[in-house]
Ligand binder design. Structure first.
Ligand code: SF4
Length: 438
């Protein structure tokens, strides 16, 4: 067996996926081969997720499997910090190295240490595609613009794991986006913990892209990304007043009319206890104003029900909020304590059966809203980015659908398409999540 083969297990959210892509790109640049099986690998890297207890358990299971199947394991990612790192070391003492999230150099350094490899330089072989190694299909890619978060939401331990906000220089972000667009990527998904805060940590410093001065700020970033002529989708945007400035770019078709705004609740009292950013902003007014500028905007959000101290009145306020906001896509979670989160100390926990009942009431209402919004699209023409094609037809997404988390558009019987194609088609049917077009 040659000694440059590395196995890789990537768990967690899109931010962790981007970390995996960076590590894999560097390993390829250093001459390592990435192999898909434990038995072919000389060593296995596991990128862990530590967001909630079930994700931690999945990470621990993946480490255990890699140890028993291969034996030489390097662990990195969100579980690689603090108490969780200790848990890993005590449960799996054979693990060779443990590092935290975005610790690219440490991981790559550990691979070099345990699997020394000196590549034979071959100027005719380019091991790494110009856009770097991507774990997403070739036609869409995540673009991570910052790391960490300056907020301290009481239910969240991400700032403890990933630290305060660190924005990537705008020149680097744009160069990466340009490379991806040139390599054939048709959709960029902008991600971070708080996209609207981009540049706050460096006082919106002016950077350069292709010799052009640009401020490190969400609006300038969106304007420049809009020049590539591909889909640009914004995730994790808080409803701050300055977000209003990117809505005209959506109305003009420069970036997708889509905003992923994690609102978490509608009751000011609960939001205060959650210590949410923009809790005082008038989210509903903002939503109405956005729709008046860009009526086609798709709004996605996530909510938590059963947060400590949530009363029946708070929950009614949340349902009223949903009725008025008429959001397109909504995820809802029942509150569950995360080890180390400040919310664990809050009084008046909500009993499990009440959480479940509230979740069901929430979902029933939101499903009615979401399906009515999708039904209203029947008869309209939508642009679709094709994700997969087989002998039964093609499956794609409209501007209203982010990959993995939203719905799909089914083009039954249409087989002469390729993943990454854009097509226009008339919507013929809808259910509560998906569309059919032809
Ligand atoms: S905004 Fe709040 S929920 Fe989001 S990462 Fe920061 S602390 Fe966590």
């Amino acid at each position: 067996m040659s000694s440059n083969k590395v196995g890789f297990v990537s768990l967690g959210c899109p931010k962790a996926l981007v970390d995996s892509e960076r590590i894999l790109t560097q390993l390829k640049l250093d001459g390592y081969d990435i192999v898909p099986t434990y038995e072919d690998a000389e060593i296995v890297v596991v990128n862990t997720c530590g967001f909630i207890d079930s994700a931690k358990q999945e990470s621990l299971d993946a480490i255990g499997e890699a140890i028993s199947e291969n034996g030489r394991v390097i662990v990195t990612g969100c579980m690689g910090r603090g108490d969780d790192a200790q848990t890993i070391k005590s449960l799996h003492p054979k693990v060779l190295s443990v590092s935290g999230p975005a610790a690219y150099e440490e991981v790559v350094g550990a691979v070099h240490q345990y699997v020394p490899h000196t590549p034979i330089h071959d100027p005719y072989t380019d091991l790494v595609p110009p856009q770097g190694v991507k774990l997403t299909p070739r036609h869409y890619a995540y673009l991570k613009i910052s790391e960490g978060c300056n907020h301290r939401c009481s239910f969240c331990i991400i700032p403890d794991m990933r630290g305060d906000l660190v924005s990537r220089p705008i020149g680097d972000v744009m160069a990466e986006a340009e490379g991806l667009a040139r390599a054939g990527v048709r959709e960029l998904l902008v991600i971070s913990q708080d996209t609207s805060a981009y540049g706050v940590d460096i006082k919106y410093r002016t950077g350069f892209w292709n010799g052009r001065p640009m401020k490190t700020r969400m609006q300038e970033l969106c304007e420049a990304l809009g020049e590539f002529g591909i889909w640009v989708r914004l995730h994790y945007v808080y409803p701050y007043p300055h977000v209003d400035k990117v809505i005209p770019l959506m109305a003009e078709g420069k970036i997708l009319p889509y905003l992923d705004v994690p609102l978490q609740h509608g009751s000011p009292e609960v939001l205060k206890r959650m210590k949410r950013p923009a809790a005082a902003e008038k989210s509903l007014e903002r939503i109405h104003a956005w729709r008046s500028v860009c009526p086609d905007i798709t709004l996605r959000s996530t909510f938590i029900v059963g947060f400590p101290g949530e009363t029946e009145r708070d929950f009614d306020i949340l349902l009223d909020f949903l009725r008025e906001a008429q959001l397109d896509r909504v995820g809802c979670f029942q509150y569950s304590p995360v080890k180390g989160a400040r919310a664990n100390d809050l009084p008046n926990p909500v009993p499990e059966e009440i959480k479940q009942q509230r979740w069901e009431r929430f979902m029933t209402l939101q499903q009615e809203i979401s399906s009515a919004k999708l039904q209203a699209k029947v008869g309209s023409t939508v642009e679709i980015l094709i994700d997969t094609v087989d002998e039964h037809g093609a499956i794609g997404r409209s501007s209203a659908d982010a990959p993995e988390i939203d719905g799909k558009v089914y083009l039954n019987g249409i087989t002469d398409l390729q993943p990454g194609d854009f097509v226009e088609a008339e919507v013929t049917a809808a259910d509560e999540y998906d569309l059919w077009a032809g």
